[in-house]
Design a protein around this ligand. Structure first.
Ligand SMILES: O=C1C[C@@H](O)[C@H](O)[C@@H](O)C1=O
Ligand SMILES: [Co+2]
Length: 297
């Protein structure tokens, strides 16, 4: 069980409108999305591309509904572009997130990523050489220090189709980054889809986890996506992921480890699927009820 004094519950807007495939949920407005998040009982949210760009307007809209921003995705290009090209926008994003009340930023290395490409997600992703590993880890340490100086945490999102996808890659990243500067963004859905037991990774790195994405996997749909050599996004469209409690991930050990080892921070329901098939408000409410019963928050 999680301690609700230490852990806050948020939700990502990706169930309403998908940033990677904006046709999914294009009819859902920002106001509908945040109102339904609040009505379903969430304390916070991540930021999607329908959210107002003006941070004051955004903050007012969220304050009105009792929501806080807990994180936002940030793409780095540390192994393919000069460091400064990532560092400048990173500093700006940190300032905005801090103003909005977040204490973490969710980083994903997007150099050579195939997550948005029309190619089979289990084939041909980029594998880093030693030089690229150094660029990534040193770059993350430097960005982590910039975040740390602003009382923010850099959390790294392992992700299907990216340079940090599998267990060995997560291990190498954790081993070669500074534990005081670089934290892990644990995503139960990406680990499960990759064929990695989320419990194993969490047990190993819970002391470095700075943010949590709770994503469930429909294993039969995921297996079909793999067998049919679908792209990541076509798999999502077909229903690879769903809200926690609705798929095949065993969340019990995940909650035991987070609770038992004193995780403090946000856990976020992040379940991208087609809103025409899975009504986002209904699924947000289902996940809320499941987390109250299964995680005690
Ligand atoms: O954290 C995430 C952000 C999404 O845009 C992404 O594609 C999704 O899979 C995810 O885990
Ligand atoms: Co995620």
């Amino acid at each position: 069980m999680l301690d609700s004094k230490k852990v806050s519950l948020g939700i990502a807007p990706i169930g309403w409108t998908n940033d990677d495939m904006p046709d999914l949920g294009k009819e859902n407005t920002f106001e509908q999305c945040v109102s339904e998040m609040a009505l379903a009982g969430y304390a916070g949210c991540e930021i999607g591309n329908k959210f107002p760009a003006d941070r004051e307007v955004l903050k007012r809209a969220l304050d009105l509904r009792g929501l806080t921003v807990c994180n936002q995705w940030f793409s780095t290009f540390l192994i393919s572009r000069p460091f400064e090209e990532t560092a400048g926008p990173f500093e700006e994003k940190l300032d905005t997130l801090k103003y909005l009340g977040a204490r973490v930023i969710g980083v994903s290395e997007q150099s050579y990523s195939i997550q948005g490409k029309k190619q089979p997600i289990f084939e041909g992703k980029h594998v880093m050489d030693d030089r690229e590993w150094n660029l990534l880890c040193e770059g993350l340490n430097r960005l982590g220090k910039i975040a740390n100086d602003r009382q923010m945490k850099l959390t790294f999102h392992h992700h299907m189709g990216t340079v940090v996808q599998d267990e060995k890659e997560i291990d190498r990243l954790m081993a070669h980054t500074d534990p005081d500067m670089v934290y892990l963004l644990f995503d139960s859905g990406h680990l499960s889809f990759c064929g990695i037991d989320p419990e194993k990774i969490l047990n190993r790195y819970v002391s470095r986890v700075g943010h949590v994405h709770l994503k469930d996997l429909r294993s039969s749909v995921a297996a079909e996506a793999k067998a049919k050599r679908l792209s990541f996004l076509d798999g999502v469209r077909g229903g690879t992921f769903t809200v926690p409690g609705d798929g095949d991930v065993d969340f019990k050990p995940i909650f035991e480890i987070l609770g038992g080892r004193g995780y403090e921070g946000w856990v976020v329901v992040e379940a991208e699927q087609d809103p025409a098939k899975a009504n986002p408000f209904e699924y947000a409410k289902r996940a809320r009820a499941y987390l109250r019963a299964a995680a005690g928050i």
